[in-house]
Design a protein around this ligand. Structure first.
Ligand code: PLP
Length: 366
């Protein structure tokens, strides 16, 4: 028997009953005429959630890191310059993947918990004139909400493509790919979309698609090569077998996106904002410090410091054992002294916030 948890960590989040039901539907083959319209509708739903009209929008088979690799290896060729903002784990991962793709990487660093300064980032782009520039929109290791719109606007007419990591932002805070003029983005299913981990939605706009079409060298990954994947994913591609699509996960994502759109993107974003701020105010009222830069705190992921002398790992374990609540520990510089509390998708409710604050209040008093 698997216990029922309240998943208030950095992901996965809890899953809506419709999504669990979709996972138990009978299997179809990936070329079944009943399955392909579902895939088309799923990609249409993804376009609505990313707010893009791009036909090159689909879920990569794999977790968020597969989406990250997909964007990097398709848009970068060996010897290209790449500028990456690094202020936490996931910016660091992007830089490493770009390096392994053969790029000359220029990291624009900021302290963990602070945003990457957009001006410094743009200055690095003017200096290095990279093929690709990437920022993490929602840095899950710190809870920082990175401004990206002004960077997208500034790079729109340059030769640099601009991509963002929306793993933790999509479906939780505003993401407006076409409105901002972002060239490529990737996400994951297990955060604010509230679908189990296993797929990585990606989107490539017209400039990125043209870059892929005119590559000088083949994409270094066969599995993640967008050109090959599109031969299956898009009707124009001829529906050729590429790899066996993870059918049940695609059912789940289709259902999860249905839940998102039924709630409405704006209403969902407002719910995350309301519930996240309620948690943050409650933690401050308990005397606990919020660690992300003020004014740039994600509502769906809060990093909070614990008092000296508290064994944070023991408290997390007790929270899980006694109350069935999972929260995350700090990573990197925050390891051992902070918690990461997620309020993503289905988990983002006032009732969950009240429950956690009540337990913490009792423990801090005792
Ligand atoms: N990028 C960000 C911002 C993330 O939060 C994560 C996962 O937490 C990833 C990338 C990698 O995603 P995954 O762990 O699903 O491979």
């Amino acid at each position: 028997m698997i216990p029922d948890r309240i998943l208030m960590g950095p992901g996965p989040s809890n899953v809506a009953p419709d999504v669990l039901a979709a996972l138990s539907q009978p299997l179809l083959g990936h070329l079944d005429p009943e399955f392909l319209p579902l895939l088309d509708e799923l990609n249409d739903r993804l376009r609505q959630v990313f707010r893009t009209a791009s036909p090159v929008t689909f879920p990569v088979s794999g977790t968020g890191s597969a989406g990250l690799e997909c964007v990097v290896v398709n848009l970068v060729e060996p010897g290209d310059r790449v500028v990456v903002g690094v202020n936490g784990v996931f910016g660091g991962r992007l830089a490493e993947v770009a390096r392994r793709a053969g790029a000359e990487v220029h990291a624009v660093e900021a302290d963990w918990g602070r945003i990457v300064d957009p001006e410094a980032f743009l200055a690095a782009c003017r200096e290095h004139r990279p093929a690709l520039a990437v920022l993490v929109h929602a840095e899950t290791s710190t809870g920082v909400w990175q401004p990206v719109a002004e960077v997208a606007a500034a790079l729109r007419d340059s030769e640099t493509l601009f991509a963002i990591d929306c793993v933790t932002s999509l479906g939780g805070v505003e993401v407006d790919i076409d409105g901002w003029g972002v060239d490529a983005a990737y996400s994951g299913t297990q955060k604010c979309l509230s679908v189990p981990p296993g797929l990585a939605p990606v989107t490539f706009g017209p400039r990125a698609t043209e870059r892929i079409r005119s590559r000088r060298t083949p994409c270094r990954s066969w599995y993640l090569d967008v050109t090959g994947i599109l031969e299956y994913v898009s009707a124009e591609g001829g529906r050729k077998y590429h790899h066996t699509a993870p059918i049940s996960m695609l059912y789940a994502l289709h259902a999860g996106l249905g839940v998102v759109l039924e709630e409405g993107l704006d209403a969902r974003i407002a719910r995350h904002e309301r519930v996240g701020r309620m948690l943050q105010e409650g933690l401050e009222a308990l005397g606990l410090p919020l660690l992300a830069q003020e004014g740039h705190r994600l509502p769906q992921l809060t990093t909070v410091g614990l008092p000296d002398g508290v064994d944070e790992a023991a408290w997390r374990r007790r929270l899980l054992d006694e109350h069935g609540i999972e929260v995350g520990g700090g990573l990197g510089a925050l390891a051992g002294r902070a918690w990461r509390i997620g309020l993503m998708g289905h988990t983002a409710t006032e009732a969950n916030v009240r429950k956690l604050l009540a337990v913490l209040g009792e423990w801090l008093d005792g």
